[in-house]
Design a protein around this ligand. Sequence first.
Ligand SMILES: *Cc1c(COP(=O)(O)O)cnc(C)c1O
Length: 361
Amino acid sequence: MKRVYNFSAGPAVLPEEVLKEAQAEMLDYRGTGMSVMEMSHRSKAYQTIIDEAEADLRTLLSIPENYKVMFMQGGAHLQFSMVPMNFMKNGVADYIVTGQWAKRAYQEAQKYGTANKIATSEDKTFSYIPDVSNLPISENADYVYICENNTIYGTKYWNLPNTKGKNLVADLSSCFLSEPIDVQKYAYLYAGAQKNVGPAGVVIGIIRDDMVTEDVMPFTPTMCKFTTYTENGSMYNTPPCYCIYICGKVFKWLLNMGGLKEMERRNREKAAILYDFLDNSKLFKGTVVKEDRSIMNVPFITGDLDMDAKFIAESKAAGFENLKGHRSVGGMRASIYNAMPKEGVEALVAFMEKFEKSVLK
Ligand SMILES: *Cc1c(COP(=O)(O)O)cnc(C)c1O
């Protein structure tokens, strides 16, 4: 068996320990004689799995009592609709458009009410985060929406916007559990699991109590109402059982490692190795302004499309997978999520150094 260094933006690398544990429990989960995949979600064994997952997540993020945790489906994309359907009471929301996912959320919201684009970085291919300290927040905005880490472009909000008292709603899909956060700064935050947390198929939402109401748009499908999840322990219908089980294992892996402060230390260390190299390279360069750089997704280019293609081909042959940038931007992107070991980043940098020497000689 040979495992590669997988720099995929998502679905992405998972901790090897977690995969091995799941493998060991595959045919007989702790004496039940069946796999978690085959188990009733109403069984005692499964209830314990989902309860522990929620409890461990609450510990990791120090989630306050007045916030509820939801396990949902439909990917981040369904959230783009659920958010306006549930939260647009006045029919108005403000969106900050810092990349493709924020843009899709903004476009989707227009179906349900007035969505205002109050800031964007599209003028420079989303290579920075706009100044969000004093934005023209709409008087009657139900919420202000951001995508906190822009997976495709490699930017991250290191300061949350000044919402002038309005509810902050955030898509954290590609930075969730990469560092501690102050949950109380958000009215609602969500993350698709397949970036930093688990397999594709589950979306985790953390919602402040007062945001959960029956006062939603009248046509809102039952499965799109947040109350459907909060009132039924995320089990109104069959949840994505196996995904939640794997996420639960990842939560325990994070706790065992020392929690999110330690994870942040490791992530910063890994990102610094790659960015330092990029800043000193004569061939490669990062595409994002320094102060807004993501520590999860690192896009870079050579400035020459043929050279980019040569690098992608040769890196793949050397065991570095999925370094091709998103199809909308080209170039390269290394996603270095929690489960990417430091050795993987060091090996990548060593390979890039060697490649650079060979083509610049
Ligand atoms: C990947 C990603 C999405 C899209 O997720 P789907 O699960 O494919 O809907 C949305 N937002 C962010 C920040 C992402 O990284």
